[in-house]
Ligand binder design. Structure first.
Ligand SMILES: Cc1cc2nc3c(=O)[nH]c(=O)nc-3n(C[C@H](O)[C@H](O)[C@H](O)COP(=O)(O)OP(=O)(O)OC[C@H]3O[C@@H](n4cnc5c(N)ncnc54)[C@H](O)[C@@H]3O)c2cc1C
Length: 416
């Protein structure tokens, strides 16, 4: 049994604590917030084996520049003088290749499938009662270009052994009866699931607290206590904590925290927004992605529906940009002309920062510079999906066990 400090209480930190606890370790989670509303709460709730194409892929940079000119578009990079943004941007551009897409597909599939299985196990653990539905996801398309892309995605999914089929508009209408849809068709990714992440997070925190995990909220890690290649502990604004292993799961801030240890973990925050409505007359049966608009719609527990989207590479202290939020709701209308969705009050608009690595793959594993540090971050659009698998892998790495899947592709040292 070891004392383990986890920096960050998002889905990755909590899942790491959950699996480390199963091995009998003594765990302390430290988070600078109250852990009640971060990125792991307001996301779209998708568990996405369908997402085997990493963010860094061909065409994304060109498309990104086109989108930059439109304040309601789904993508934006805030121009600013920042060494870490420049470092990340250069690596991201270099990684946006066909080769990166090809080499990432199997590692992303494997970690996604492992995680989905673990979620299905978690649903049966006493203390967990979060809404989880294994119903697949519809990826709508409107253009001929995307119809062609959809065919390729179905073929690529089948090659990977993932269940996906191409549907024409009439077939989509049978799945979503009564909705007027302006689309050409959809890919139905039967392999996907979805959930209400807010409840999952609350269940996790309650379970961990009940089972002896110490959770320190409102404490920011500001430095480390080191001895050679060992990290003895962390210093917060309030206290010092000592442990035999440290897990860095600080989400979009992981790059900054790693820099305190002279480590290069390229990371930026990719802000996204979501709005959750209760009892809205507009209802859907399935989670739906509007692919041209990059918007996600999710039916959630208790008659809720969530609309989410945009990727704004921006500093984590910039105020929200309301035009992007308008862009999300306006694009819903382009696919569902009859949908009436009121613009919500400002305090009902949620946003969070996705931890974006420079090549679209997470960083999971030990770094060569320190003997007892495990990085678990950089999951970008997949953090919720990959939480349990990442937590399990972290616990296996710390216990020197053979990992459930190959983790080479996630090596956090890969940009050094
Ligand atoms: C609009 C939107 C929709 C999304 N939809 C999906 C989806 O459908 N499916 C999916 O899989 N993913 C989705 N994501 C992505 C997913 O939400 C993230 O990848 C995930 O929440 C990241 O989890 P995390 O634990 O790494 O980071 P976080 O949840 O951000 O947790 C990190 C924690 O570290 C803490 N921290 C940071 N620095 C310090 C420090 N110095 N000291 C102490 N604490 C610190 C922070 O306070 C924070 O609580 C979406 C994201 C957005 C924005």
């Amino acid at each position: 049994m070891a004392n383990i400090i986890i920096i960050g209480g998002g889905i990755i930190g909590l899942s790491s604590a959950y699996y480390l606890l199963q091995q009998g370790h003594q765990i302390t989670i430290i988070d600078k917030t109250n852990m009640l509303d971060g990125c792991s709460y307001g996301n779209a709730g998708y568990v996405s084996p369908s997402h085997f194409v990493p963010l860094a892929s061909p065409g994304i940079v060109k498309q990104g520049f086109k989108w930059m000119a439109n304040s309601k578009s789904p993508f934006y990079v805030q121009p600013r003088l920042s060494k870490s943004l420049f470092n990340w941007g250069m690596k991201f551009i270099k990684s946006a290749t066909k080769a990166n897409v090809e080499s990432s597909a199997i590692p992303l599939r494997d970690i996604n499938l492992l995680s989905k299985q673990l979620y299905e196990d978690l649903c049966h653990v006493p203390g967990f009662s979060f809404y989880y539905a294994n119903k697949g996801m519809l990826d709508f398309f409107k253009t001929d270009e995307n119809a062609h892309h959809a065919e390729q995605m179905v073929a690529a999914s089948k090659d990977l052994g993932l269940d996906a089929v191409l549907l024409n508009k009439q077939e989509v209408e049978q799945m979503e009866p009564g909705l007027n849809m302006d689309i050409k068709g959809a890919v139905y990714f039967k392999c996907d699931a979805h959930m209400y992440p807010n409840k999952l997070m609350r269940d996790m925190i309650a379970y961990l607290s009940k089972n002896g995990v110490t959770i320190k909220t409102g404490e920011e890690v500001k430095g480390f206590i080191k001895e050679g290649n060992n990290i003895k502990g962390v210093k917060t604004n309030n206290a010092e904590y000592f442990g035999e292993h440290i897990v860095l799961a600080a989400g979009a801030w992981s790059g900054e925290v790693a820099a305190m240890l002279q480590l290069n973990i390229p990371m930026v925050g990719g802000r996204g927004y979501s709005m959750t409505f209760e009892d809205l007359p507009f209802k859907i049966k399935q989670p739906i992605i509007l692919s041209e608009a990059r918007v996600a719609l999710t039916p959630m527990a208790e008659n809720k529906i969530r609309f989410g989207g945009t990727m704004e590479i921006t500093s984590t202290n910039t105020p929200p940009r309301m035009n992007r939020v308008k862009g999300i709701l306006e694009s819903v209308k382009k696919y569902f002309p009859d949908a009436e969705i009121p613009f919500p009050e400002k305090d009902k608009i949620w946003y969070g920062f996705r931890p974006c690595s420079a090549d679209g793959l997470p960083y999971i594993g030990k770094v060569s510079k320190y003997n007892n540090l495990v990085i678990a971050s950089g999951h970008a659009m997949l953090g919720l999906s990959l939480g349990p698998a990442t937590g399990k892998l972290v616990s296996e790495i710390i216990s020197d066990k053979t990992t459930s899947i190959d983790v080479k592709a996630f090596n956090p040292d890969r940009f050094n």
